[in-house]
Ligand binder design. Sequence first.
Ligand SMILES: [Fe+2]
Ligand SMILES: [Fe+2]
Length: 333
Amino acid sequence: MYTQAMDLAPKEERKTVRSAEEAALEQRFEARIDEGAFIEAKDWMPDHYRKTLVRQISQHAHSEIVGMLPEGNWVTRAPTLKRKAILLAKIQDEGGHGLYLYAAAETLGTSRDQLLEALHAGKAKYSSIFNYPTLSWADIGTIGWLVDGAAIMNQVPLTRCSYAPYARAMVRICREESFHQRQGFDSLLVMMREGTDAQRAMVQDAVNRWWWPSLMMFGPPDGESVHGAQSARWGIKRISNDDLRQKFIDATADQAKVLGVRLPDPLLKWNEERGHHDFGPIDWSEFWRVVGGHGPCNKERLAARVKAWDDGQWVRDAALAHARKQATKEQAA
Ligand SMILES: [Fe+2]
Ligand SMILES: [Fe+2]
């Protein structure tokens, strides 16, 4: 993840009237942040810090869960048993990431039901990369290589996030994300090296479609990022959107050469002086269109999540009935 959406929520006003006691607590909190200390769930924290984290962690959790959908689309059509087993394991990992993250958000005093309700009502965001369709098998390898690759760039700095439960969840998640990136790269490499011309063309087509949306995963340019400065101050966001994007482009350009695919940007070129790749302009109007709900699959993704929730109602009801029965039995004993 998928943390792009953290920059997109409406601005919240900071409380201006504070008691002397609250001001002292906040001062202590800021001093701890400055020392690089981790904040635990039971520690005092300003309201705005709590809200920022709930928003970011829940958007991240939703992205993991919604992110299972485009890949799930190919489980029954994986070309070999080995690829099917890898894809199943990856999708299951993403489900696990969502659950760790909902649990981390719950430590901030919100409930999973509230978070899911916001997602199902269309109020909460998730990464807009998952609103694009998966048209061929090569999309699955490309998602692993580019989307999980971008996710790793975004997420590794979060292992040092000032909020400890989030940082701890990210350590586990990042280990699995690196497997996701490698399985995607490996799947593409096999097609590029041992495949037919048609398979190579399929890989190139998938890369053409996923390249620009992957760059958008880092969020809007730094100058337009609403929450960037405050999140940096609090040690929630340690590297800026533009710096992460540049890092991703530099790493990926070299990997594309190994694969033998062309990245669809005629302006992409190594700049000796900067020590980085230059790249062409990103179409931010497309980004805002997809974030605003008008991407190719926004409606389909949300409808699939709501249907899964509704279809699972009987399971939740049965689990609650079982728990009640157990409690009654224990009381009687
Ligand atoms: Fe994940
Ligand atoms: Fe992943």
